[in-house]
Design a protein around this ligand. Sequence first.
Ligand SMILES: NC(=O)c1ccc[n+]([C@@H]2O[C@H](COP(=O)([O-])OP(=O)(O)OC[C@H]3O[C@@H](n4cnc5c(N)ncnc54)[C@H](O)[C@@H]3O)[C@@H](O)[C@H]2O)c1
Length: 428
Amino acid sequence: MIKDRSDSKLGRREFLGTAVAAAAFMIVKPEAVRGTAANSAVRLGVLGCGGRGTEVAGGFINNTGTRVVALADLFADQLATAENNFNKQLATKGFPTIDKTQLFKGPKAYEEIIASKEVDAILITTPPYFHPHHLEAVVAGGKHAYCEKPVAIDVPGAKHVVEIGKKAEGKVSLTVGFQIRKAPPFVELVRRIQGGALGKLGCGLAYYYCPHIDRRDWPNASADEKRLRNWVWDRTISGDIIVEQNIHVIDICNWTLQGHPTKAVGAASRKLRDDAGNCSDNFNLVFTYPNDVQVSFGSTQFDKHEFDAAVRFFGTRGSCEAHYDHRMHISGAEPWDAGLGAMQQGGQFSAAGKFSGALDQADSEKQKSFVESITSGKFLNDAALGADSALSAILGRTAAYTGKTITWDKLMKSKEVLDPKIDLNKFA
Ligand SMILES: NC(=O)c1ccc[n+]([C@@H]2O[C@H](COP(=O)([O-])OP(=O)(O)OC[C@H]3O[C@@H](n4cnc5c(N)ncnc54)[C@H](O)[C@@H]3O)[C@@H](O)[C@H]2O)c1
């Protein structure tokens, strides 16, 4: 929770942790220095007002006392729905509604929200293709950035994000939407594994079995608008299901194994989904991690089957099983159970990322850590980490598309740029 420092002599700029490191980046009106809780709260702008933006920014309001003060979206209807929704949530906290001048629509909306003097931090929840460009603009504009995963969908994009991270260093806080790294049960599991609870690791398993993500048809929209509205079905705008969605469990492997895969081999196909897009409906791979730890990886995205995402690791002293839901334990020499209780809603998938069980506190902890990094001035910088996990997923995608073993070193030479070739000016 943000402490209300309205009674302190601390000015707003100091309160936001920007006094020394980023004084040049923030412009503060004298009347906002002290006063109400509203003046003390971090002021958040939401760039991309869909399902995840609504979920995370709503969480910021409820879990951290952050004010949502500005919204930007390509489409007017998305903006209007979000405005209505956030105004209701802000009212419950006694915050003012969003000023009409802080609603930005169209292809240049990202530039306008970044230029707004009312905004301290920006939540980037646009489709993945736009992330490197939007993140670059947010950091260049001197705003703190919370960028949803994946940070990029191709190798040049991921490398670019690493460079953006260097520019952000010490100036603004930059975090990436891997909220599972903040989920207390997962934090404890990884601490135990890294402390030797499983002994020497031999191999692992990571999977993300997800039903089809249904979207509206948009019958009167142009072909390009349909692609943008239903980007989650589009390989080029999303990066395909492994980069857009399954990246979460690949990121857990990178976190637990303290590195990225050195190579991958496998296959993917699209046989069972019949939406208008071109994303794969399954991936099956083997990733090789440092110390020759092989991780079998599987994912699906079709039909109405039960949702389940999990990782398992096997070592000389024991093994673990960790799902998004209520099943998390270690068996063997140091048995442990996360004690998450009975399953309430196993098998349900949330397109907005809201899961019950091991991830109950993931988002709230993630939101608190971002706000604390801003208010304390101890800025986060997840750019390299975010790029590493994006590249790991791209490694798997490349191996599956080509049917060849792809090494990390070879992948890093890729100059392939994914481009949906859509002129956004048509949506001005
Ligand atoms: N961390 C998680 O658990 C989690 C969960 C769900 C989604 N996500 C990520 O969040 C991001 C958004 O996903 P979503 O499900 O909210 O998608 P969405 O389609 O519901 O929302 C995207 C929004 O961005 C807008 N938009 C599209 N192009 C834009 C542009 N160029 N400029 C401004 N606005 C633009 C759309 O109109 C839409 O309102 C994705 O990167 C996704 O992978 C993360």
